[in-house]
Design a protein around this ligand. Structure first.
Ligand code: PSU
Ligand code: MN
Length: 307
């Protein structure tokens, strides 16, 4: 068996120069946003990373290999693929062996980024403990991945469709640093505030990069979650989004939606119920996360070169 990793030429060149690279996930493209906004957003996010001094590496499984960096045609194909699989840690090897197109979740993207030697990853929101998780046991594999794989993940917190206090408890139990960027509160994806204090706070990319490198020095496995609040002008206040979330959750329960289908179902319904406002916010926060992740990746490269 050959190792099933394929770097685009752009990513391979950045790697051999020790230049900063930012990993990007693909489930947000196939299961998180409708076409064509999904492809447009993926393109904008890549441009944002380049504009901030790093090389973007969108990750997916295609043709029996893990692809690190997709070209324009591949991004288009993925954005319109019918029946692309949603790959988490459990699904990665099976998809590579059986063939087919697979989009990587936060968990699977972290694994692939690590294999490619990429330290920093930008996404929208991470998965978490679902509401009713004590009964359903629905806890995203993203959380355990953060405890195991040494990648710094920049997200806008976790969505209020989840049980945020339990999500934070789980991360604390597994020893994952949760760092709010520039504020004391843990952000709630569409909203800057969740009413919950973040366990840690940092105000600069340099400090977050130094903490990433320090964890490596200490031999600690696992990554860091950087929770970057959505830009003020794009925010949907909590009182506006809460009733839509409640409606979507009630519909999911009535329809018996379970397992992998839960997150995509809720995102799609909130998009419809908000008249598209949730999507505009989602795009703005992913772009903001791409900027911060680029700054962190640049700092990690710089600090590593100095040491
Ligand atoms: N959050 C978003 N958009 C997304 C997802 C999360 O704002 O598209 C995707 C990510 O890929 C994440 C996954 O890893 O959903 C979590 O799915 P689950 O809850 O089934 O673990
Ligand atoms: Mn789940």
């Amino acid at each position: 068996m050959t190792f099933p990793l394929r770097l685009s030429s752009e990513v391979a060149a950045a790697r051999s120069d020790g230049a900063p690279i930012v990993a990007l996930e693909s489930t947000i493209i196939t299961h998180g946003m409708p076409f064509p906004q999904n492809v447009e957003t993926a393109r904008l996010v890549e441009a944002e990373v380049r504009a901030h001094g790093a090389t973007p590496a969108t990750i997916a499984v295609m043709d029996r290999s893990i692809r690190i960096g997709l070209d324009e045609d591949e991004l288009q194909a993925l954005g319109q693929a019918k029946g692309a699989a949603k790959l988490s840690r459990a699904d990665l090897a099976a998809c590579l062996v059986t063939g087919g197109t697979g989009a990587t979740t936060v968990a699977a993207t972290m694994i692939c980024a690590r294999l490619a030697g990429i330290d920093t990853f930008a996404t929208g929101g991470i998965g978490g403990v679902h509401r009713g998780g004590a009964e359903s046991f629905d806890i995203s594999a993203d959380l355990s991945e953060l405890a195991e794989t040494a990648v710094t993940v920049v997200a806008a917190g976790a969505k209020a469709i989840l049980d945020l206090p339990k999500t934070l408890e789980y991360l604390e139990t597994r020893g994952v640093p949760v760092i709010a960027y520039g504020q004391d509160e843990f952000p709630a994806f569409w909203s800057r505030r969740s009413g919950l204090a973040a366990p840690l706070r940092m105000d600069s990319a340099a400090q977050i990069a130094a903490a990433h490198l320090m964890r490596g020095l200490l031999g600690l496995p696992g990554g860091q979650l950087v929770a970057n609040p959505i830009p003020v002008e794009a925010e949907i206040p909590r009182e506006d989004i809460t009733p839509l979330i409640d409606t979507a959750l009630a519909e999911a329960a009535t329809a018996g939606i379970a397992a992998k289908a839960v997150t995509p179902f809720l995102l799609q319904r909130i998009f419809e119920l908000s008249g598209g406002r949730s999507l505009a916010a989602n795009i703005a926060l992913v772009l903001a996360n791409a900027r911060l992740a680029s700054a962190i990746a640049v700092e990690i490269s710089r600090q590593r070169a100095k040491s």
